[in-house]
Design a protein around this ligand. Structure first.
Ligand code: NOJ
Length: 656
């Protein structure tokens, strides 16, 4: 018993079968090379019966689809969604059970999900285990972050042979011996638990559902569908970066008119807090005062920023705020911060206050105030709120029906459901969300376009006065792993790279040109200019790039790169004919050649190039930047020298 489905270009072939014991499995080949060995499918329910054995294929339904859809904002406006589909229905007798697996095979990879209809054997169910495997070739090389740790997704990337993986977050990316690249992740994570990859035998990676405290994976009822299990496939590393598979597998926009969702750039009372110059809590160094907020608003208005984030405005931060989840108010300001006055001042200056809700992981306290909090912000003209869930992995807090404190994971089903509730509550007040310490991104921005961006990685904040800054190769590793999931609020743009003095290892391990390139390389529809205003005023030449760079794109293309080593992106502005290029490298200096054949033929462009100075180096000479202008056309090719830990950022404007 077997079934087959092939990608539209014929290169990816998925075979589905059932063995002699009635155990279902699938395998995948790409250009006739097996890239996923026969791998298990199935679901285990508490108390049984299960969907794992004694099964036969009862029906196969095929479909093809080729359509395009538009993103309200994004890395590209028009997305093509072309696939071949196969719905395989499995059945078992005694007791009678039935479920289907829907496979969608695109040219850039595939997704499959379980669909379990209502039936006598199952009503309300607890899924204790999902058997889905991805059996990779044992000689695959991989990039991933360790999973289920105290630090959630905030780890440096491991770059090891697949056989050295224990528990890994997704997206996890692999290079196979023949150079084919594969990335494992999921799409449309709703009403379900997130999964991490667990190695069960050499190269045998199994889905491990993040559990509820009682060990259950998912509590649901038939009929239900699971999120899509995704396998992106490409000839090379940049092919993965140019894929829209995750978005294509999500449901269309549920919110209707989302013209109120606004991409843009923001500054904020933020880096000063992380450097220790100011405090979140009250006292003489309180950062979020009305006066300080107005100073930032003046700066934003003068330099064209659409938002000003203010953290520490609400009561509850005093003492160790990481432990203050139960006492935060989301509507009461500290006495030295006048929310109405600050928000109105921002609007009068043509910018907006960006709101902030730090929950410190206490979901119940937040949910009890969430609607009032969004209503308050909405009433004063706030359009974006940064939320925070600072709490160790597995220690989000909720109070259950009996008043008992229960701990949850950031990617367990309870948290997944909370994030959806928060998005829906925010949308009621035309508010968009930027989640820090989030669940991983699975492309839900398509369905909820007010989920603008999120963290879910070691961000720039690790480069502040904290003890262990990001490694030199961290950002380029993010490109090939975390960024495959969706937008990242990394908060680029630190200019004062050695803020604790040249001898301190508490610093930013990159060059200044690398910081500029991050605005192009690490996509987010809202980008922060994270440094202090005074540090921008000290470098007006480099600051000009941050002022110019847009955050909403007509199109994006990864032009060149190697996983974990370097990348070059070109993006076209959605609101003009300007193109931007960003390139970054790891600790190795290199030259990259960038053919400009993506530009409009025959058109002359002024290229403003921000590149590493000739003797720039992330460690010894990070601030050396050369800014030069050239006239270029589509027939030209640029050679960009990237210093160790360096980068290049370019604006290309058509000449009139
Ligand atoms: C962690 C967030 O990542 C950071 O941006 C924020 O400043 C703090 N939490 C406080 O909310």
């Amino acid at each position: 018993m077997a079934a087959t489905v092939t990608s539209p270009d014929g290169r990816t072939v998925v075979n589905i079968g059932v063995n002699g014991d009635g155990k279902p499995s699938y395998s995948v080949s790409f250009d006739t090379t097996e890239i996923i060995r026969p791998s298990a499918l199935g679901l285990i329910f508490r108390g049984g019966p299960n969907l794992d054995t004694g099964l036969s294929i009862a029906a196969e339904t095929t479909a093809t689809s080729d359509s395009t859809w538009e993103q309200p904002w994004g890395e590209r406006r028009v997305v093509r969604d072309q696939y071949n589909e196969l719905l395989v229905t499995f059945e078992a007798d005694d007791p009678k059970r039935r479920f289907s697996v829907r496979f969608r095979v695109h040219d850039d990879g595939l997704g499959f999900r379980y669909e379990v209809p209502a039936q006598d054997a199952f009503g309300a169910v607890v899924i204790d285990d999902e058997l889905t495997e991805f059996r990779l070739p044992v000689d695959a090389m991989g990039w991933w972050t360790p999973a289920r740790g105290f630090n959630r997704y905030e780890y440096h990337t491991r770059r090891l042979s697949v056989v050295d993986l224990t528990l890994a977050n997704t997206p996890a990316t692999f290079r196979l011996a023949n150079g084919t690249h594969v990335s494992l992740h999921e799409a449309a994570l709703v009403n379900y638990a997130g999964y991490v990859l667990e190695q069960r035998d050499h190269g045998v990676l199994k889905t491990n559902l993040t559990p509820w405290p009682d060990g259950a994976g998912v509590k649901t009822a038939t009929p239900f569908v699971t999120p899509w299990r995704t396998i992106q496939v490409a000839d090379n590393a940049t092919g993965l970066l140019n894929s829209s598979l995750i978005l294509n597998l999500n449901e269309p926009n549920k919110l209707g008119d989302v013209s109120w969702v606004e991409p843009g750039k923001y500054i904020g009372i933020w880096w000063a807090l992380h450097l220790g110059e100011k405090t979140w809590g009250s006292g003489p160094a309180h950062g979020a005062t009305t006066d300080e907020a107005k100073r930032y608003i003046d700066f934003a208005a003068e330099h064209g920023f659409s938002g000003v984030l203010v953290e520490g405005w609400n009561t509850g931060w005093d003492g160790n705020w990481m432990e203050n989840g139960a006492v935060f108010s989301f509507t009461e300001s500290y006495p030295d911060f006048d929310l109405q006055e600050v928000a109105a001042y921002a609007l009068a200056k043509g910018t907006r206050l960006v709101g902030h809700h730090e929950t410190s992981g206490h979901i119940s306290n937040y949910e009890s105030q969430m609607n009032d909090a969004f209503e308050l912000y909405g009433a004063v003209g706030v359009r974006q709120v940064k939320t925070g869930y600072v709490a160790h992995g597995g220690t989000l807090q909720r109070i259950d029906e009996d008043g008992k404190l229960i701990n949850e994971w950031h990617d367990g089903q309870f948290a997944v459901d909370h994030f959806t509730r928060a998005l829906e509550a925010a949308a009621q007040h035309q508010i968009s969300i930027n989640t820090h310490e989030p669940v991983k991104d699975t492309g839900l921005r398509r369905t909820y376009p007010n989920w603008l961006t999120r963290e879910g990685a070691r961000g720039q904040e690790y480069n502040s006065a904290w003890p262990l800054p990001n490694r030199v190769d961290h950002t380029v590793n993010l490109v090939y792993t975390r960024m495959l999931a969706g937008p990242l609020d990394f908060t680029p743009g630190i200019f004062n790279l050695q803020h604790q003095g040249a001898d301190s290892n508490r610093r930013v391990n990159s060059t200044l040109a690398h910081q500029l390139a991050l605005y192009i390389v690490l996509y987010s529809p809202v980008q922060m200019a994270a440094d202090l205003p005074r540090n921008y005023l000290a470098r007006p030449d480099a600051f000009q790039f941050i002022k110019d760079v847009p955050t909403d794109w007509e199109d994006s293309v990864a032009l060149a790169g190697k996983a974990g080593d370097f990348v070059v992106f070109a993006r076209r502005d959605r609101n003009s004919d300007d193109w931007y290029i960003g390139a970054i490298t790891d600790e190795s200096a290199r030259q990259v050649d960038v053919p400009l054949d993506f530009l409009e033929a025959g058109q002359r462009y002024t290229a403003t190039i921000y590149r590493d100075g000739d003797d720039a180096h992330w460690e010894s000479n990070p601030l050396a930047v050369e800014i030069e202008q050239r006239i270029v056309t589509a027939a030209d090719s640029l050679t960009l020298p990237l210093a160790a830990g360096g980068g290049a950022a370019l604006r290309l404007e058509p000449q009139p």
